[in-house]
Design a protein around this ligand. Structure first.
Ligand code: AHR
Length: 529
C-alpha cells in the first residue's frame, strides 16, 4: 500500500516533469520557427500573368541648361581637344548609348520658361547671349540650341522631349518652334530650318507645354494654367504623319488640387500626358550628399518610399476623370536633391552620388514599373553633373556614378511585360521607426527571360529571400549586384570604381524555387531562364 502510494507519487512527478520538458521543446521549436519565419522574405512572381508593358520611356532623362549639364557635360564645341562629334562629347554619348537612353527632356526645367528658341539657331557666333537668371546668373551664349540638341538625340539614338516656354513666351513663338521642327512643307519656319542646314523635319513627338507653372514657370493658379495650356496647345500643330504628344505641366509633389483641376479642365482628350515632379529631399535641410550617418540614410529611404503614396493619390484622381487611362502620368523630374558640394557654385546644383542614391534610383524605377499602366514616362533629374547625375565630367575626364550602374542593370525592363509580384518582407528598423526592407519589381522580356530587380534598403542586415516563380520551370539563374562596404561609398575621379556592379553568386535554383541572400544596402538584378 505504502509503496504503491510512493510509486504513484514518483510517477506523477515524473510525468509532470516529462510534460514540462515536452512543452518546453514544443515552445522552443515554435519560437525558433516563428523567428525563422519572421526573418524570411518571400517573393512570389507570377511569370505567366503579365498584361502591361513597361514603357521604355520610364527610363528617360532630363538635361537642363544648368551648371555643367549641357556645357562641359554634353557640349564642348567643335574646336575642343576633348574628342567630340560636331561639338558633342564622344565619351558621354558612348556611355549613354550603353544604357539605351530612350528619351531626353530639354531645355529645362525652370530654364525652359525663359528660353527663346530663336536665340539658339543660325550661325553660333551671331547668336544673342542671355543671363541664366535661375542657375547661377551665368552668361548663356546659346551655342547649344535646337540643332545641337537634335544632333545629340540622333547620336544617342533617343527621342527628344522638348519643353516649350509658357511662362515668358508667346503662343506664336511656341507654335513656330513646332513648325520649325516638324514641318516638311513650304513654310517660313521650315525654310528657315533648311537655311540653317537641316533639310528634313525631325518629327519631334514629346512636347511639354511649360514647366512647373505653379512656380518658376509663371506662378500660376491651376485654373489659369489650364486655360493657358489649352490656348498654347491649340497652336502646336501636327505636321505630316507626326502626332504631337502634348504633356501638361503637372503638380509639385503632393499638390493634388493641381492634378484635380487640370484633369477636370483640360480633360483626357486635351493632353497625352500630365507631369509630376517628385524630389527626394528635405527642402528645409537638404544635407550633404556624402557626409551622413545612419539617421540621414534612413530619412532618405523614408522620403524616397513616400513617392508610392504620392503617385497613388495622383493616380486615383486621374482615374476619376480618366478610368480608361488615356492620359499618361509623366514623372518628368525625379531624384535626390542634396546640398551642393562644398566650394562649388550654389546655382549649379552639383552633388556627389553614393550607394544611397543608387538604392533611391532602384526603388523609383521599381515603383514606376509596377504602375506602368498609368506611368508611361519618367525623367531622372539630371543626366550629367547636376542633382542625381549618372555621369560626372571634369575637363577631359568622365566618371560613372552608382546611379548610372542602376540604370544599366535595370535596362532589361525596358519594353518588357510587367509581372505581378507579391512581396512579404522584414522591417528595416531605425530607433522606433521602420520601413519595409525590400523593394522589388519583375518583368519578362521579348525573348522570355525573366528579370527581378530588388533593393535591400537595410544598411545593417543582409536579407534571406525565398522566391517562388509561378508558371515556369526555371532552369537557370544569374545575377548582378551593386553594393559597398560603407553607407556613403561613392566614385571619384581618383577612385572611379569603388561602386560598380559585380556578379552575384549567392543565389540558387532548387526545384524551381529561387533562394538568395541579398547583401545589406544593395541593388540586385536576377535573370531567370
Ligand atoms: O532640376 C532642377 C529644377 O528643379 C528644375 O529646373 C525645376 O523644374 C525644378 O524645380
Amino acid at each position: 500500500m505504502y509503496y504503491n502510494k510512493i510509486w504513484r507519487r514518483v510517477s506523477l512527478v515524473m510525468m509532470s516533469k516529462c510534460m514540462v520538458a515536452v512543452l518546453s521543446i514544443v515552445l522552443f521549436v515554435g519560437v525558433v520557427s516563428l523567428t525563422a519565419a519572421e526573418n524570411v522574405n518571400k517573393l512570389i512572381v507570377n511569370t505567366d500573368q503579365g498584361k502591361e508593358t513597361i514603357n521604355r520611356h520610364i527610363y528617360g532623362h532630363f538635361s537642363e541648361h544648368l551648371g555643367h549639364c549641357i556645357y562641359g557635360g554634353y557640349w564642348v564645341g567643335e574646336d575642343s581637344d576633348i574628342p567630340n562629334t560636331r561639338g558633342i562629347r564622344n565619351d558621354v554619348v558612348e556611355a549613354l548609348r550603353k544604357i539605351n537612353i530612350p528619351n531626353l527632356r530639354w531645355p529645362g526645367g525652370c530654364f525652359a520658361d525663359e528660353y527663346h528658341w530663336m536665340d539658339g539657331i543660325g550661325p553660333r557666333n551671331k547668336r544673342p547671349k542671355m543671363i541664366n537668371t535661375h542657375w547661377g546668373g551665368v552668361t548663356e551664349d546659346n551655342s547649344f540650341g535646337t540643332h545641337e540638341f537634335l544632333d545629340l538625340c540622333e547620336q544617342l539614338g533617343t527621342e527628344p522631349y522638348i519643353c516649350g516656354n509658357v511662362g515668358s513666351g508667346t503662343v506664336e513663338e511656341m507654335s513656330k518652334w513646332v513648325e520649325y521642327l516638324n514641318s516638311d512643307g513650304i513654310s517660313p519656319m521650315s525654310d528657315e530650318r533648311r537655311k540653317n542646314g537641316r533639310d528634313k523635319a525631325w518629327g519631334v513627338k514629346y512636347w511639354g507645354v511649360g514647366n512647373e507653372n505653379w512656380g518658376c514657370g509663371g506662378n500660376m493658379t491651376p485654373e489659369f494654367y489650364a486655360d493657358q495650356y489649352k490656348r498654347f496647345a491649340t497652336y502646336c500643330r501636327n505636321y505630316g504623319d507626326n502626332r504631337l504628344l502634348k504633356i501638361a505641366g503637372g503638380a509639385n509633389t503632393d499638390d493634388y488640387n493641381w492634378t484635380e483641376v487640370l484633369m477636370k479642365k483640360i480633360t483626357p482628350r486635351g493632353m497625352w500626358g500630365l507631369s509630376l515632379h517628385y524630389y527626394t529631399t528635405n527642402w528645409w535641410n537638404k544635407g550633404s550628399a556624402t557626409e551622413y550617418d545612419k539617421k540621414g540614410y534612413f530619412e532618405v529611404m523614408d522620403r524616397c518610399l513616400n513617392i508610392s503614396k504620392v503617385i497613388d493619390r495622383h493616380m486615383t484622381i486621374m482615374d476619376k476623370y480618366d478610368p480608361e487611362k488615356r492620359v499618361a502620368l509623366v514623372v518628368d523630374e525625379w531624384g535626390t536633391w542634396f546640398d551642393v558640394e562644398p566650394g562649388t557654385n550654389p546655382g549649379f546644383l552639383f552633388q556627389q552620388n553614393t550607394i544611397r542614391d543608387a538604392i533611391v534610383a532602384g526603388i523609383h524605377l521599381n515603383e514606376f514599373n509596377k504602375r506602368c499602366d498609368r506611368i508611361k514616362m519618367a525623367n531622372i533629374a539630371q543626366t550629367i553633373n547636376v542633382l542625381q547625375a549618372l555621369i560626372f565630367t571634369k575637363d577631359e575626364k568622365m566618371l560613372l556614378t552608382p546611379t548610372y550602374h542602376v540604370f544599366e542593370m535595370y535596362k532589361v525592363h525596358q519594353d518588357a511585360t510587367l509581372l505581378p509580384t507579391e512581396l512579404q518582407c522584414t522591417d528595416y528598423k531605425f530607433g522606433d521607426e521602420k520601413l519595409p526592407a525590400l523593394n522589388a519589381s519583375a518583368s519578362r522580356d521579348k525573348s522570355g527571360k525573366i528579370h527581378i530587380s530588388i533593393c535591400n534598403l537595410d544598411p545593417n542586415k543582409s536579407a534571406k529571400l525565398d522566391c517562388e516563380l509561378r508558371g515556369i520551370k526555371a532552369k537557370k539563374v544569374s545575377g548582378r549586384v551593386l553594393t559597398t562596404a560603407a553607407i556613403n561609398s561613392h566614385n571619384t575621379f581618383d577612385n572611379p570604381d569603388v561602386v560598380h556592379p559585380t556578379i552575384f553568386k549567392d543565389v540558387k535554383l532548387k526545384r524551381g524555387k529561387l533562394t538568395a541572400t541579398l547583401p545589406a544596402k544593395s541593388v540586385v538584378v536576377f535573370e531567370i531562364e
